[in-house]
Write a new protein. Structure first.
Length: 130
């Protein structure tokens, strides 16, 4: 379990710094401005995806929950979007006339961390019982 936490931590940290720097570089290079800061959005999705992976890894130790992890994962995706909306409502979601570029820049961090999260969750779900 500790090895998994270290792997998850390093993976999400590398992805966080790499994708945030690349994202900001591309926005600056293309002279695109958004009315919100990207860093809090990246932090939220990195922490949320990391916690989901940790929780699912710990659920594998309980036989009853191991069988239901796929269904629980679908719920966590829904819950992550609800929590994001609640936390960032005033600063991002409440913006008047949000542009397509701004919407896309909100979705990029979601999909970046979702991709890594899915890789880890798939590995957890395919893991043989101990």
């Amino acid at each position: 379990m500790i090895k998994s936490i270290v792997v998850y931590s390093l993976s999400f940290a590398v992805l966080f710094f790499g994708s945030l720097l690349l994202h900001q570089f591309i926005l600056d290079f293309q002279l695109i401005s958004v009315r919100f800061q990207l860093t809090p959005v990246y932090i939220f999705f990195a922490i949320a995806s990391f916690l989901i992976c940790i929780v699912f890894k710990s659920f594998t130790f309980f036989k009853k929950t191991k069988e239901q992890l796929g269904f629980l994962y679908l719920f966590t995706l829904f819950l992550k979007i609800i929590v994001f909306t609640a936390i960032f409502y005033n600063s991002i979601i409440g913006l008047q006339d949000i542009t397509k570029i701004e919407s896309l820049n909100l979705l990029i961090p979601l999909f970046v961390f979702l991709a890594l999260e899915v890789v880890f969750i798939a590995a957890i779900l395919n893991q043989n019982p101990p």
